[in-house]
Design a protein around this ligand. Structure first.
Ligand code: MC0
Length: 142
């Protein structure tokens, strides 16, 4: 079902400071920046590696306000790993398959994610405390 780890989402208070840290410490490069109003985040994707099934990234997330998923997470737990995003070939099919196994779906249908992806979240309480995201990358035009 999973093609790769698409990204690891990391919650932070100050996006620009955290980008500077990842660039200077690990030599990573920002490949995309977006504000996603519906998810309540300002985020940046930093490229880590390419594989046969696509690339993997670190996603740095700063909340747009305290009353958002990442804002509440920061208040409760502080900075750190917020979620894991797995690449899937078809997010709608993966949701049906995983939901059929009794895992609570936060998103019943795919939503807009970073870099044009279709995404959906699974409830962390049903995934051993790990907020889990399914990511279907946009199809490459040959
Ligand atoms: C909350 N909880 C988590 C968690 N966030 N557990 C693991 N990882 C996380 N990231 C736990 C809390 O500790 C709490 O457990 C329980 O879930 C309810 O938390 P809450 O404080 O009531 O928080 P809510 O209201 O924010 O609800 C949590 C929930 C929410 C996961 C349903 O955050 C959500 O819908 N997340 C999905 C959307 C999202 O995270 N968007 C931001 C990234 P206890 O034991 O205390 O009850 S958007 C993104 O990443 C996009 C742009 C992309 O990748 O392209």
């Amino acid at each position: 079902m999973f093609l790769r780890i698409d990204h690891v989402g990391i919650a932070c208070h100050n996006l620009e400071e955290k980008i500077a840290f990842y660039e200077s410490t690990f030599g990573l490069t920002v490949v995309s920046r977006e504000v996603n109003e519906s998810q309540g985040v300002r985020e940046a994707m930093l490229h880590v590696a390419d594989g046969e099934q696509g690339a993997s990234y670190i996603q740095l997330l700063q909340p747009l306000s305290p009353d958002t998923p990442v804002g509440r997470f920061l208040a409760a737990r502080g900075e750190g790993v917020h979620h894991i995003g797995y690449g899937v070939p078809d997010v709608t099919r993966a949701l049906a398959e995983i939901g059929g196994k009794g895992v609570r779906l936060i998103d019943e249908r795919p939503r807009h994610g970073s870099m044009g992806a279709s995404i959906a979240f699974l409830h962390p309480k049903d995934v051993g405390g790990v907020l889990t995201e399914l990511v279907e990358s946009p199809k490459q035009v040959p």
